[in-house]
Design a protein around this ligand. Structure first.
Ligand SMILES: [Zn+2]
Length: 361
């Protein structure tokens, strides 16, 4: 029987068994368990073409999808002391960061970039879930502040795209402080009269969902995204009730008024652009061209819209809007400084006088 096992069996096996196929060409959909071919999936923006399940998408693809022509300028993340607590569990936190940096090629769990959407200037701060679960530490908090400052400075809308497991435990209290800091950052954008839009993606949980991700002017979510604070099991054990199946999904939150819109990935760019153009009351591009008299906006003599002979009331109105914008921008810059001060104050230890009072009483 030796010839059978030695010769025939391998032959049959080679006929029946599949050839060596790289395992990253196909992947299984978590929604319907259907097989997805990588090229088709990419064309469909990482959305299952069988059932419409939205798979996670890399930050790079996300930014290319959102910005006009996929073009944007990356903004460098500010430097922060990493591993300030010299934290160690099973592994050193410093080593974990090093690994994640090597794996993703990114500095931390967030990427900030600026560009335009439908011609409207925007700054986007997008989370990378594959970098330590998109957790928010000092670097992420600092980056959100930077993104907000950039938005105010360039009169752009701010869009955050959280995909995060929450606060970064390895930074302890310092990661929790990023919650109020990020709120101050986005308030700065709102105070400057600029829109702040949150695009909630799968998953948005913990300290991120409990801070800047829930205070947007408009909350848009991708279908099926998990959005919540504590995990389902923890809540069930606390309230001792069985929760509905769709609990903590984008659709559930839409029904309960936390989310304004659930939008398919293919329609996201158009939807956000529409929202922004409404919120920013974007002037018509043709009007701007007609209004120009060759000297540019800041021209002295000829630039005065009121003495500009044929100027219709609309252009006068536009000029006053422009002036108002400049005034707002100037105010906003002042507010940036105030907010920065406030943010610094928060990260400082309590004042001596307070400590004295406490000891006196
Ligand atoms: Zn599917």
């Amino acid at each position: 029987m030796n010839w059978l096992t030695n010769l025939i069996r391998p032959r049959i096996r080679s006929l029946v068994e599949p050839k060596d196929v790289p395992d990253n060409l196909w992947q299984k959909c978590a929604g319907c368990e259907g097989m997805l071919f990588h090229r088709d999936l990419l064309e469909n923006m990482n959305v299952c073409y069988h059932c419409g399940h939205h798979l996670r998408i890399s930050v790079k693809d996300r930014l290319e999808m959102m910005f006009d022509n996929g073009a944007y300028d990356k903004i460098d993340l500010p430097d922060v002391p990493h591993d300030p607590l010299k934290f160690k569990d099973r592994r050193k936190y410093a080593d974990r960061i090093k690994d994640s940096r090597a794996k993703t090629g990114l500095k931390d769990a967030i990427t900030i970039a600026k560009g335009t959407m439908g011609g409207i200037p925007v700054v986007i701060a997008a989370f990378n879930f594959s970098f330590m679960g998109g957790s928010m530490g000092a670097a992420v908090g600092e980056a959100i502040l930077k993104a907000a400052e950039e938005a105010v400075k360039s009169r752009a809308a701010l869009i955050t795209v959280p995909a995060s497991g929450g606060a970064r435990m390895q930074e302890g209290m310092l990661s929790l402080v990023q919650m109020p800091r990020s709120i101050i950052a986005v308030e700065m954008v709102k105070d400057a009269g600029l829109p702040y839009v949150v695009l909630l993606t799968d998953p948005t949980t913990g300290g991120v969902s409990a801070s800047f991700a829930m205070v947007g002017d408009i909350h848009i979510a991708e279908p099926g995204s998990m959005i919540g604070f504590a995990g389902r099991r923890v809540i069930e054990e606390t309230v001792r009730e069985t929760l509905p199946d769709d609990f903590q999904t984008a659709e559930y939150l839409l029904e309960h008024g936390i989310v304004d819109m659930v939008v398919k990935r293919q329609e996201l760019k158009d939807t956000i652009t529409n929202v922004l153009s409404m919120l920013m009351k974007k002037p018509q591009p043709e009007k701007k061209a007609k209004n120009g008299n060759g000297n540019g906006k800041k021209s002295g003599k000829g630039g005065n819209p009121k003495t500009n002979g044929k100027a219709p009331p609309a252009s006068g109105e536009k000029a006053s809007i422009d002036m108002e914008k400049d005034v707002q921008a100037a105010r906003a810059l002042g507010q940036v400084k105030a907010a920065q001060k406030a943010a610094r104050r928060i990260s400082k230890p309590p004042q001596k006088s307070a400590a004295k009072k406490a000891s006196n009483s």
